[in-house]
Design a protein around this ligand. Structure first.
Ligand code: ZN
Length: 148
């Protein structure tokens, strides 16, 4: 019986988009918001207009995100869903980049120094302890004189 159910589910999902990073992000964010809403509900009540409003908004938002994530999974418009995914990945990368740089700087603090190219803003990583050197930016060939 379960295999038949599995087969029917497979047939139903055929040609549909399914899960991806954006859907996972939406459902996880939704679950976090649901927990936050539940905690806020403990403090809502008469005479607390703003708190009530914010809680209601978060509640609606959390359900909205969950429904969005599910609707994406069942969607047959694969092109549009892939576009959304690409946009999400690009934005997520933009958010993560500063954190990764900070982490790498910390990891390499004894062996390397990091500089920013003034012209193209590329991040340059050079070994420490080489004295005064001229660094050529690999992206735009700009030259920087730096002490390492
Ligand atoms: Zn440069």
């Amino acid at each position: 019986m379960f295999s038949r159910l599995g087969y029917r589910l497979q047939k139903f999902m055929y040609g549909r988009y399914g899960n991806d990073e954006l859907s996972r992000f939406l459902s996880v964010t939704s679950l976090i918001l649901i927990v936050v809403t539940m905690i806020l509900t403990l403090f809502t009540g008469p005479g607390r207009l703003w708190l009530n409003l914010i809680t209601l908004l978060l509640y609606v938002l959390s359900w909205g995100l969950m429904i969005w994530s599910i609707v994406r999974g069942f969607s047959k418009n694969l092109t549009q869903r892939r576009k959304e995914r690409a946009t999400y990945l690009r934005l997520a990368e933009k958010w993560r980049a500063p954190f990764r740089l900070w982490k790498n700087k910390h990891r390499d603090r004894k062996t390397h120094r990091y500089f920013k190219c003034k012209r193209c803003h590329a991040v340059l990583r050079v070994p420490k302890g080489k004295g005064e050197i001229i660094i050529t930016c690999p992206k735009c060939q700009n030259k920087l004189a730096k002490k390492t």
